[in-house]
Ligand binder design. Structure first.
Ligand code: NDP
Length: 597
């Protein structure tokens, strides 16, 4: 199918109609946290709680969050000779999102060769092109062991307070376990998707059957294991799952096979493209894994998503495919159309074609054509998180699986015994909430703590009008503090670990410089920070924040970017431009824009 044979105006009209059905006045407020009356749903089902005495000592570097960010920063610091590194983590072990998300079928959609950090350092060869959660969690544990990060780690511990002590030039860190210790430097990598949310549907608390969020999977109830053992305890159960995002796409096939009956409540269909997973051949891996290989793969993936014309595509996946298609369109265009508008047109045409293929896949794979029609996504591919799976659409061919399409309206009500949608009541034994994680909220609200910097100024105050950083990493007024997150930096959402490894390299360079030179503090100067934020704000966010898209966390539930969350864009030149800028900045060794004492 080519755009020449597509009725683009009709498609645009359909996209707009489908979006309009889903717009809601309550936006992000439609969700609720696993707090208060839902607190039990937040409990850690995976690791027993262990009593310990409060910690009251001093470390060189304290890092909040034991996911990829904490592990990679910890590893880089250890490599640089900083021995005293303490990671504080609310889960019972390292892994971050991969600690919590153990639902059946959990897998990473980004190719393991670029997704798993520190592959060269650990010597780990991913087993498959796209690896499953247990392998990722195992990799996290191995990094922790290899770089001696376990000894000083505090698990099942939440930071409640971080305060800069001007006299001693140290941070005072307090936690939920009564700890009160100091650190010369602090790092924060609390992750973008760590606060699970429930839909704010009337009656959630009245349901008397079993219910849980996908990030707290209750294998004691379902049977089975995260390693893929079948969930044998569901064979006489009627199960409902709410949500059809990236998580549901991965666990629905397993539920459909295990449960007596599975009802999938859909508000907005996901686009589900081909997965085509393959085992990694050790001979091939050996041939490419020469020194510096992972950085070359990182760079190649980014180059393939930028507007350059790289000769090779190492990763060859769904993320780079769209870019390949756009480039092909551009190649076919006459030179006079190589304008910004021409590029946007090529992007739009490639997208229409791709989405038509994805929609047609529903008809090809799903036996019941009425269900197939309802599984079709009517928006541009990057409006919502693209999904890739070879068993999700197929799951609707299982005899017990049924799609409850709510035509954009969602589940209306939850009762003691089930759910109401489209005016009909469905009795179930179990409700699985695949309703995602908080995204649009303020950083400090999501982190669960607020930093008090110089003169007692809170980070929430410093960012009242939006995030202010140099390179997305350091904040004026908050000495010796590093925030590992992608905004105001590369913002490479298709491969979050690349952002993390790069920030870890910068942190390690800055801290090494301070330690080598006997410096006490490091902080961006106000002018350099302002210039950086101005640069970020001069750019566009591509489809992020686009109100033409169907509502979701990519566009602030349809509300688009506010002045405040516009500050969370990336470098205006894209990820590649940021990575090039920061590599040159590090190599120069003068750390322009930072003030040291
Ligand atoms: P999402 O936020 O993507 O999806 C939540 C789902 O719940 C949506 O389908 C939403 O519908 C639905 N929903 C919310 N309220 C209601 C309601 N009242 N009635 C019916 N449905 C409702 O969460 P996920 O956990 O699926 O994914 C979160 C993110 O985690 C992904 O976007 C991705 O970034 C990441 N992830 C990454 C993976 C990887 O491979 N690396 C794998 C899995 C997840 P609607 O769309 O209409 O809002």
């Amino acid at each position: 199918m080519t755009t020449a044979t597509l009725d683009k105006d009709a498609l645009k009209q359909k996209y707009a109609e489908e979006r309009d059905k889903r717009l809601r006045a309550d936006g992000n407020d439609q969700y609720q946290r696993l707090e208060g009356k839902f607190e039990d749903l937040a409990a850690d089902p995976y690791t027993p709680w262990q009593e310990r005495d409060p910690v009251k000592d001093h470390v060189t570097f304290a890092f909040i969050g034991g996911g990829f960010s904490g592990l990679v920063v910890g590893a880089r610091l250890k490599q640089a000779g900083v021995d005293s590194v303490r990671i504080i983590e609310k889960g019972g072990d390292f892994g971050g999102t991969w600690y919590w998300n153990r639902y059946p079928g959990a897998q990473c959609d980004t190719a393991a060769m670029i997704y798993l950090p520190l592959l060269e350092e650990t010597g780990h060869m991913p087993s498959q092109k796209y690896v499953y959660a247990p392998e990722i969690r195992g990799h996290c544990g191995n990094i922790g062991k290899q770089f001696d990060l376990y000894d000083d780690a505090l698990f099942h511990t939440e930071v409640t307070d971080l305060e800069w002590q001007e006299d001693s030039a140290r941070w005072l860190i307090k936690t939920s376990r009564g700890d009160a210790f100091t650190a010369k430097y602090v790092g924060m990598g609390t992750g973008p998707l760590h606060v699970a949310k429930l839909p704010g549907i009337d009656g959630v608390e009245t349901f008397t059957g079993k219910s849980f969020h996908t990030s707290r999977w209750d294998y004691a109830y379902t049977g089975g294991t995260p390693d893929g053992e079948p969930m044998d305890k569901l064979k006489d159960k009627r199960v409902a799952i709410i949500g059809t995002g990236a998580t549901a796409v991965q666990c629905v096939p397993h539920l459909a096979k295990a449960a007596k009956e599975l009802l999938v409540f859909q508000r907005t269909p996901s686009s589900v493209d081909v997965r085509d997973n393959q085992a990694i051949d050790p001979h091939w891996f050996e041939s490419i894994a020469t020194p510096g290989w992972q950085q070359r793969w990182f760079d190649n993936f980014v180059d393939n998503q930028s507007q350059g014309f790289p000769e090779e595509d190492y990763v060859m996946d769904g993320w780079t495919e769209l870019s390949r298609r756009i480039r092909e369109k551009v190649r076919q265009m006459p030179a006079e159309k190589w304008t910004p508008e021409g590029m946007l047109q090529a992007f739009e045409d490639a997208d229409f074609e791709k989405m038509e293929e994805i929609r047609r896949r529903c008809n090809d794979v799903v036996d019941d054509q009425d269900t197939a029609e309802k599984l079709k996504a009517w928006y541009r591919q990057l409006c919502k998180r693209p999904c890739f799976h070879d068993e999700y659409l197929q799951a609707f061919n299982e005899p017990g699986a049924r799609l409850i399409h709510t035509d954009g309206q969602g589940v209306e009500k939850i009762t003691e015994t089930g759910l109401v949608a489209n005016g009909e009541h469905y009795e179930v034994d179990c409700i699985v909430y695949a309703s995602g994680f908080e995204v649009g909220s303020d950083y400090t609200a999501r982190a669960g703590f607020d930093l008090s910097g110089r003169d007692g100024v809170k980070l929430s105050e410093a960012w009242e009008d939006g995030m202010q950083t140099l390179h997305g990493l350091n904040v004026h007024g908050f000495p010796n503090a590093f925030i590992v997150q992608p905004s105001q930096a590369a913002n490479l959402i298709s491969n979050v670990p690349h952002n993390i490894v790069d920030h870890a390299n910068t942190i390690s360079a800055i801290v090494s410089h301070c330690e080598r030179e006997g410096l006490q503090t490091v902080e961006p100067d106000a002018a350099a920070q302002k210039a950086w934020v101005d640069l970020v704000l001069s750019g566009q966010g591509m489809l992020i924040g686009n109100t033409e898209c169907t509502p979701g966390y990519y566009n602030n539930e349809g509300a688009g970017l506010t002045d405040k969350n516009r500050h969370q864009l990336g470098h205006p030149g894209g990820a590649r431009a940021f990575f090039q800028h920061i590599a040159a900045w590090r190599d120069k060794g003068t750390y322009d824009g930072l003030t040291f004492t």
